[in-house]
Design a protein around this ligand. Structure first.
Ligand code: NAI
Ligand code: MG
Length: 394
C-alpha cells in the first residue's frame, strides 16, 4: 500500500490535544503515512486575518487528505475586535474556516455515524413496556449535504435594492416588502440537483455496501416545497438505480419527535445541510454526545475527517487534559476506511468498544462529572489515559 500524507489541522483549544492522541492510535496500528502540519483557526485569524491561510489550502490541495481537530470561532463583531492592531480597519471579515474548506474543496458529502457502544453509561435508555428500562442499540449513519442549503452563505441583512426587486416578483414576498433596512434579513436556501443526487447516491451506496434495506430522506417537502422537494425528487431518482433498497421519507420535525421512540429502527438517513446537522447532533446525543461524535467531509478529490465537537476553550489549558479523545479517534478510523484500510479501522473501533464495555477507564463526560480541574481527582480518566487504554486494547 502506497504511503500517504495526511494534513494535520489541529486548530484551537482541545483540538490539538485530541488530535495528538488520535495520532498515537494510528501509530499503534502501524498506519503507514507521513504527516504535515497545517495552521488553521483563531490564531491565524488574529495574526493573519485569515482563519484558513493560503498555505493550508495548498497543503490540502496537494495531499487531499486531512485530519482536523477543532477551531474556535466568534461572532463577527468580536472577531474584528480581536484582530492584531495592524490588521484592524482593513475590511477583513471572519468566516468559518471549516465551512470555507468544505466549499473550496467541494467536500459535499458529510458522513456522521452514530453508533452506541454497549456499556457506555451515556447511551440512551427508555422505559420498557412492562416496567424497567431498555437500551436500544442505535446504529445510524447520517449523510448530510455539506456545501449548500442554508449554509451556502448567500445572505443579507438590509438586502440591496436589486434583491428586493427580484423578491417582489414572488407574491409571497408581499407582506415583507414594507419592512425596511436592517429590520429584515434573508438567508437563501440554495439547493442543486447535482448536490442532492451526490449525497443521495453516497447514502444508497453505503446502504448497499452494508446490507441496509432502506434509506430515509428527511426533509420538509410539504412546506419547504421547492428545496426539500428537489432533495426528495433526487433521492427518488437515485433509488431507481438501487432497486434492492427501499426509499423512505420522514419530515424533519416528526423525525426529531420519533428520535427517542424507536432510534434502533433508523439506519441510513440523508438530508440537506441544516437538517443533516440537526439530525446528526440529535442522534449523537443518544450515543454519548460530543465525546463520541465523529465525522467525515468527503469530496471527489479530497477528504477531511473531524470530531463534530468544538474547541471547548474552557478546558484547553487544563493539565492533565480531560477531553474525551474518542470522537477524534473514531474520526481517524473513518479516515482509515476512506483509504481502504478497513481492517485497521475496524480494529480501532473494536478497541474503543472494548474499553467502553470494560468500563474501567472513563473520561469525565462518561462519568457525568462537571468538567474542570477536579475531574481527574474525582476518578475521570485524562485524555491521554483514555488513549492509553484504547492502544492497550488494540
Ligand atoms: P464545544 O463542542 O467546544 O463544547 C461544548 C461542551 O461540550 C464543552 O464545554 C464540553 O463540556 C463538551 N465537550 C466538547 N468536546 C468534548 C470532548 N471531546 N470530550 C468531552 N466533552 C466535550 O462547543 P462550544 O462550547 O459551543 O464552542 C466552543 C468553540 O468551539 C466556539 O468558538 C465554537 O464556535 C467552536 N466550535 C467549533 C467546531 C469545530 O471546530 N468543528 C464545532 C462547534 C463549535
Ligand atoms: Mg452541528
Amino acid at each position: 500500500m502506497a504511503r500517504r500524507t495526511v494534513v494535520l489541522m489541529p486548530g484551537d483549544g482541545i483540538g490539538p490535544k485530541v488530535l495528538e492522541q488520535a495520532l498515537r492510535v494510528l501509530d499503534a496500528i502501524s498506519f503507514d503515512a507521513d504527516y504535515v502540519h497545517a495552521d488553521v483557526g483563531w490564531a491565524c485569524w488574529v495574526n493573519e486575518g485569515d482563519a484558513l491561510p493560503e498555505r493550508t489550502i495548498h497543503l490540502l490541495a496537494e495531499h487531499k487528505l486531512g485530519l482536523f481537530g477543532a477551531i474556535t470561532s466568534k461572532p463577527k463583531v468580536q472577531a474584528a475586535l480581536e484582530l492584531r492592531p495592524e490588521l484592524k480597519g482593513q475590511g477583513l471579515s471572519y468566516s468559518s474556516p471549516i465551512v470555507r474548506m468544505r466549499q473550496l474543496f467541494d467536500l459535499d458529502v458529510c458522513v456522521r455515524p452514530c453508533r452506541s457502544f454497549p456499556g457506555n453509561p451515556l447511551n440512551f435508555v427508555r422505559r420498557a413496556p412492562g416496567g424497567g428500562v431498555e437500551e436500544p442499540q442505535v446504529d445510524v449513519v447520517i449523510f448530510r449535504q455539506n456545501t449548500e442549503g442554508l449554509y451556502a452563505g448567500v445572505e443579507w441583512t438590509d438586502p440591496p435594492a436589486e434583491v428586493r426587486q427580484s423578491l417582489a416578483l414572488h407574491p409571497k414576498f408581499k407582506p415583507f416588502a414594507a419592512v425596511s433596512g436592517r429590520d429584515i434579513a434573508l438567508s437563501v436556501r440554495v439547493i442543486t440537483r447535482r448536490a442532492c443526487e451526490r449525497i443521495a447516491r453516497a447514502a444508497f451506496l453505503h446502504a448497499e455496501r452494508h446490507g441496509c434495506r432502506s434509506v430515509t430522506v428527511c426533509e420538509k417537502p410539504n412546506v419547504v416545497r421547492e428545496t426539500s422537494g428537489l432533495m426528495e425528487e433526487a433521492a427518488r431518482q437515485v433509488a431507481v438505480e438501487c432497486p434492492g433498497i427501499e426509499l423512505c421519507s420522514t419530515n424533519i420535525d416528526a423525525q426529531m419527535m420519533w428520535l427517542t421512540k424507536n432510534p434502533e429502527e433508523c439506519g441510513v438517513i440523508v438530508a440537506t445541510n441544516l437538517f443533516g446537522d440537526i439530525l446528526s447532533d440529535a442522534f449523537a446525543g443518544l450515543v454519548g454526545g460530543l465525546g463520541f461524535a465523529c465525522s467525515g467531509n468527503i469530496g471527489d478529490q479530497a477528504a477531511v475527517f473531524e470530531p463534530t465537537h468544538g474547541s471547548a476553550p474552557k478546558y484547553a489549558a487544563l493539565e492533565p487534559q480531560i477531553a474525551n479523545p474518542i470522537a477524534m479517534i473514531l474520526s481517524a478510523s473513518m479516515l482509515l476506511d476512506h483509504v481502504s484500510e478497513g481492517e485497521k479501522a475496524m480494529r480501532v473501533r473494536d478497541a474503543v468498544a472494548r474499553v467502553v464495555a470494560e468500563g474501567k477507564v472513563r473520561t469525565y463526560d462518561m462519568l457525568r462529572l462537571p468538567g474542570g480541574a477536579t475531574a481527574v481527582a474525582q476518578g475521570a480518566a485524562s485524555t491521554e489515559q483514555m488513549a492509553d487504554a484504547i492502544i492497550a486494547a488494540l
